[in-house]
Design a protein around this ligand. Structure first.
Ligand code: LLP
Length: 406
C-alpha cells in the first residue's frame, strides 16, 4: 500500500515503468533465509524470474546461490556477486559455448537434462583438461496442478531424464572420466499452490531415485528439488511474503527418510524464483483513454503485453489498482483494462471493478516482479519499461520525468 506522498512522486515519472519495493524484497529474502536455516535448505535464486541488477546484487549479498538457464545468466550472476561455487546451470538446450563458459568458471553444477548432453559435457571437459560438476535432472512424472505452459515434470514435457533411461544413465555416468557427479535435480513446475501434495510426491520420487542409483554405486551428495512455490496474485497485500515455512517444512519432512547405504546424507537445495521477487514489483502505467464500447467501458493504458506478457500468454490474473483515485472521492465502475498493442489478447483484466477512472490516472499492475520485465519485448517497436526503486524515487533522472498529458 502506497501513501499519498509516494503516489504524488510516482505521478511525476514517465510511464510505463517497473516499480520495485526493495523493503518488501528484504522482508521476503529475510523470511526465506530464516526458514532455509531452520529446515536445512540451500537456496539458489532462479535468476530467470527477475535479473534486475540491483535485485541480483541484493540477493547475492544475502548469501543465496543462483540458478541460471543460459550462459549469459551465468556470466551476469557472476558479475552481480554470486560466487561460482553457488551457481547452478540448468536447461535442456545448452550450446557448446555455454557449457565451456560454465565449466571454465567451475560452477556448482551443470544440470544435465539428457544422456547426450552428459556425453557432450564429458567430452568438452576432457578437451579442457578439467572435471565438470554435474547434477542430473530427472523427470519424475508428477502433475504440479498448475498452468500447462509452466508444468515441467510430466512424461510429455521436454525436461529431465525419464525412468526408462535410468539403467543407461547409471552406465553412462560410471564411465564418464571428466564428470564429477554431484547428485539429482527435480523441478515439477511453477506457481504451485498445492504445496503439501505436490512436493511430498516430489520428495517420494526423489528418495526412490536416490536409492535406485545408490544401489548401482552412484551416490548423490546433493538433491535439488527445484522451485515453483506459488504466490497470491488475487490479494497481494494479504500475502506479501509467501509461506516459505510450509514449503521448506514439507521438503524437509519429505527428505528426512532418505537412505543411501553407508553414505552421508545429501544436502538439499531449492531454486525459488517467483516467490522471492513477484510481490515486490508492480508495473506502473497511465490511463491514456477511457473508451465507451457497446457493452463495455475500456481503460486503455500506456503499458502493454510487450511490457508484461503473463496475462496474454497464460491468461494470468494480475490485480489492477488505480493509485491516483485514492486521493479522490469517487464511485466504482466496471472496466476492461487493456493495453495499446495491436492484439486482442493485450488485456490486463476484464470486468474489473475500479474507482471511476480518468485520462492520466496512474494504475499499478501488481505482483509483476517475477517474469515481468525479463519477458518484455519491443513488439510494435515499443520501448522497454525501465526499473524504478521505491526507496530511490529522488534519484529518478530528468529524462524519465513526466511530460504532462494534453
Ligand atoms: N528451477 C527451474 C529448473 C525452473 O525451470 C524454474 C522456472 C525455476 C527453478 C523457478 O521457478 P519459480 O520458483 O519461479 O516458480 N514465465 C512463467 C514461469 C516460468 C517458470 C520457468 N521455470 C510465468 O510467468 O508464470
Amino acid at each position: 500500500m502506497l501513501d499519498i506522498n509516494t503516489i504524488a512522486e510516482l505521478e511525476k515519472i514517465r510511464t510505463p515503468f517497473y516499480l520495485y519495493d526493495m523493503e518488501l524484497l528484504r522482508k521476503t529474502v529475510d523470511e526465506a533465509v530464516l526458514m532455509a536455516g531452520r529446515y536445512g535448505m540451500e537456496v539458489h535464486y532462479a535468476v530467470k524470474a527477475n535479473s534486475d541488477s540491483r535485485i541480483l546484487r541484493y540477493i547475492a549479498g544475502r548469501g543465496l546461490g543462483a540458478d541460471c538457464v543460459s550462459g549469459n545468466e551465468v556470466m551476469f550472476a557472476l558479475g552481480c556477486g554470486f560466487p561460482a561455487e553457488k551457481i547452478a546451470f540448468a536447461g535442456v538446450g545448452k550450446t557448446d559455448m555455454e557449457i565451456e563458459t560454465a565449466v571454465s568458471h567451475g560452477i556448482f553444477s551443470l544440470t544435465c537434462e539428457s544422456l547426450q548432453e552428459i556425453q557432450v559435457v564429458d567430452s568438452i571437459a576432457g578437451r579442457m583438461g578439467v572435471r565438470a560438476n554435474v547434477m542430473v535432472r530427472i523427470n519424475p512424472n508428477i502433475d504440479a496442478h498448475t498452468h500447462k505452459y509452466i508444468t515441467t515434470g510430466l512424461d510429455e514435457n521436454k525436461f529431465g531424464i525419464p525412468e526408462h533411461e535410468f539403467d543407461a544413465l547409471a552406465g553412462l555416468l560410471s564411465g564418464c572420466a571428466n564428470i564429477n557427479f554431484k547428485g539429482f535435480h527435480f523441478h515439477v513446475g511453477s506457481q504451485i499452490l498445492d504445496v503439501g501434495e505436490v512436493y511430498s510426491l516430489e520428495c517420494e520420487r526423489a528418495r526412490a531415485v536416490v536409492a535406485f542409483f545408490a544401489e548401482k554405486g552412484l551416490h548423490a551428495t546433493n538433491i535439488d528439488l527445484g522451485g515453483g512455490l506459488g504466490i497470491d496474485y488475487r490479494d497481494p497485500d494479504a500475502h506479501p511474503v509467501p509461506d516459505f515455512e510450509a514449503w521448506f517444512r514439507t521438503l524437509q519432512e519429505g527428505m528426512s527418510s532418505i537412505s543411501q547405504e553407508g553414505c552421508v546424507r545429501p544436502s538439499v537445495h531449492v531454486e525459488p524464483g517467483r516467490s522471492l521477487v513477484a510481490q515486490c514489483g508492480s508495473l506502473i502505467t497511465r490511463v491514456l483513454y477511457v473508451k465507451y464500447g457497446v457493452n463495455k467501458t475500456f481503460l486503455i493504458t500506456d503499458a502493454g503485453m510487450n511490457d508484461l506478457i503473463r496475462p496474454a500468454l497464460y491468461g494470468a490474473y494480475h490485480k489492477v489498482e488505480n493509485l491516483s483515485a485514492s486521493a479522490r472521492d469517487c464511485g466504482m465502475k466496471t472496466y476492461d483494462v487493456v493495453g495499446p498493442v495491436c492484439e486482442s489478447s493485450d488485456v490486463w483484466g476484464e470486468d474489473r471493478p475500479l474507482p471511476e477512472s480518468v485520462r492520466g490516472d496512474l494504475l499499478a499492475i501488481r505482483s509483476a516482479g517475477a517474469y515481468g520485465q525479463v519477458m518484455a519485448s519491443r513488439y510494435n517497436l515499443r520501448d522497454f519499461a525501465p526499473s524504478v526503486y521505491l526507496d530511490r524515487l529522488c534519484e529518478v533522472p530528468d529524462s524519465m520525468k513526466m511530460v504532462k498529458l494534453a
